[in-house]
Design a protein. Structure first.
Length: 163
């Protein structure tokens, strides 16, 4: 009888460990990085400007960042976003930086979402849908970028239908 109890306890322990492993694989957030990790000064300055919705200042910070590190996909993505959100966006420059972010990192979910939204701004629904399809492939269990672009496409379609 004692052997059976011990086996049950071991089985429950193993099952519990497997459950934790499955939960981790299902997308539980990773442990936060240690505080001693060097912070990105460009992204910190961008965050401060974007929190105030000062898009020209945010773009200026990121233009400086792109000059210093032209292979940083996040800088290109956020530069394009800042340009797009600012007054009188130069859409050719917006598309240039989103495409550069995706050239550097073809799996950059934020760039796919924002590029899809930029295509909606210029009325190119098929290109927006292409980026939604890319996000569908990248976000196996779903992600906010996919959901946000899907909502933006639906809103665009509803707006066009009313016209």
């Amino acid at each position: 009888m004692k052997v059976k109890s011990v086996l049950i306890i071991i089985s429950l322990s193993i099952a519990s460990g497997l459950g934790a492993g499955i939960a981790a694989a299902a997308g539980d957030p990773p442990a936060p990085p240690p505080d001693d990790k060097k912070k990105d000064a460009v992204l910190e300055r961008y965050s401060a400007a974007s929190a105030k919705q000062d898009w020209p200042a945010a773009a200026a910070v990121l233009q400086e960042g792109v000059k210093q590190n032209p292979s940083n996909a996040d800088y290109h993505n956020l530069l394009a976003y800042s340009l797009r959100k600012g007054p009188n966006p130069d859409m050719s420059l917006v598309f240039k930086h989103y495409n550069e972010a995706l050239r550097i990192d073809p799996k950059h979910k934020g760039a796919h979402e924002y590029l899809g939204e930029a295509y909606l701004m210029v009325g190119n629904l098929p290109k927006a849908r292409e980026h939604l399809a890319q996000l569908d492939k990248l976000c196996f269990f779903g992600c906010s970028e996919y959901s946000d672009l899907k909502k933006a496409i639906a809103a665009h379609e509803a707006k066009v239908a009313k016209q």
